[in-house]
Design a protein around this ligand. Structure first.
Ligand code: FAD
Ligand code: NDP
Length: 317
């Protein structure tokens, strides 16, 4: 039986982090093999930007660019420089010794270094109207979508009670007439500093013990029906948009605890690097970043991961 080829680098993921890592690794002649996933974490190959329309804040596109088109372009650039791509989800990985073993649908692969760029999936809620108006006034990323014309000068609704919900509410208050922050409990989970920003902002109104039960709309969202959990009373908020800020799930289940993560599952890397606790394994993008969560920051850390993998191999480690 022939020996398995040992890859110099295997990249797992398909968002801006994975493709930037692939472009750098391919140009450095590391001949990367990239597993882009097949509906991994419920998201198509190409990652979170395949679930959105206009991306207005990725540099180089003054007129904005459609999310799926941007990801097609990144993929094409990876391929152009020699990246081999498999449309398979990595189900298992063995980091106990080098070379590392990576298992996908078509079998087991081995590699000297692994770059984990599997991203995170924004949590959504399911109630009547969400499916119908998703991306037609409903979003899971206020920083990404909040400045779009459909949300301007209208009342908006945000759901959540953590730092994201507070940050997004105060961000949206710049464009909205009023921001209604719905929280299911009677105290916020957010840090005191973030809470203060919300309470100090006259445009943000907090609805305690409140959940959304239905989204109403015509072509886009026109209102959100809410329910007070203590009284059972239902009412309608007229609103031009609804934002979920109820957290993300990092796509790290396949690691089976072999990389150090924080309590919510995000991979921990050394400060200012993509180096994980396992030498030869690097993590980049949203899978290790619960703060910035932007395409451009994911791409930046993808570049770092490839450069660090290249250095690791050059040092003969
Ligand atoms: P992701 O984009 O999360 O992609 C990782 C992908 O890897 C997964 O989706 C999956 O396809 C694949 N994968 C996962 N697990 C496996 C596995 N086991 N094996 C193989 N493949 C796997 N940012 C901006 O800068 N501007 C915007 O306008 C913007 N709009 C957004 C709109 C929405 C609705 C959302 C949800 C996010 C938006 N973002 C935006 C945030 C941006 O999409 C993310 O920060 C960025 O995509 C993160 O990139 P990433 O490479 O870390 O991973
Ligand atoms: P969190 O998990 O901290 O908060 C999620 C919020 O959503 C909670 O208030 C939770 O309610 C609520 N929620 C969850 N599920 C539901 C549901 N099904 N229905 C209604 N509400 C729900 O997520 P964040 O994204 O806010 O923060 C993640 C991490 O990122 C944290 O560590 C945070 O500190 C950090 N972060 C830091 C920022 C900063 O410092 N600038 C900015 C953004 C994030 P409940 O409280 O009842 O559980």
């Amino acid at each position: 039986m022939s020996e398995k080829k040992t890859e110099k680098v295997i990249i797992i993921g398909s968002g801006p982090a994975a493709h930037t890592a692939a472009i750098y690794a391919a140009r450095a002649e590391l001949e990367p093999l990239l597993f882009e996933g097949f509906m991994a974490g419920g998201v198509a190959a190409g990652g979170q930007l395949t679930t959105t329309t206009e991306v207005e804040n990725y540099p180089g596109f003054p007129d904005g660019i459609d999310g799926p088109t941007l990801m097609d372009q990144m993929r094409a650039q990876s391929v152009k420089h020699g990246t081999r791509i498999k449309t398979e989800t990595v189900s298992k990985i063995d980091l106990s010794c080098r070379p590392f073993a990576v298992t996908a649908d078509s079998g087991e692969y081995v590699a000297q270094t692994v770059i984990v760029a599997t991203g995170a999936t924004a949590k959504k809620l399911e109630f009547p109207g969400v499916e119908e108006y998703w991306q037609k006034g409903i979003s899971a990323c206020a920083v990404c979508d909040g400045a779009l014309p459909i949300f301007r000068n209208k009342p908006l609704v945000v759901i959540g009670g953590g730092d994201s919900a507070c940050e997004e509410s105060t961000y949206l208050a710049k464009f909205a007439t009023t921001v209604h922050l719905l929280h299911r409990r009677d105290e916020l989970r957010a840090s005191k500093a973030m809470q203060k920003r919300v309470f100090d902002n006259e445009k943000v109104k907090v609805h305690w013990d409140t959940v959304a039960v239905e989204v109403l709309g015509e072509k886009t969202v026109t209102g959100v029906k809410i329910k007070n959990l203590k009284t059972g009373e239902q009412s309608l908020i007229e609103a031009g948009g609804l934002f979920f800020a109820i957290g993300h799930v990092p796509n790290t289940a396949f690691l089976d605890g072999q990389l150090e993560t924080d309590e919510t599952g995000y991979v921990i890397t050394k400060p200012d690097s993509t180096v994980t606790n396992v030498p030869g394994v690097f993590a980049c993008g949203d899978v290790k970043d619960h703060v910035y969560r932007q395409a451009v920051t994911a791409a930046g850390s993808g570049c770092m991961a490839a450069l660090e993998a290249e250095r690791f191999l050059a040092d003969g480690e």
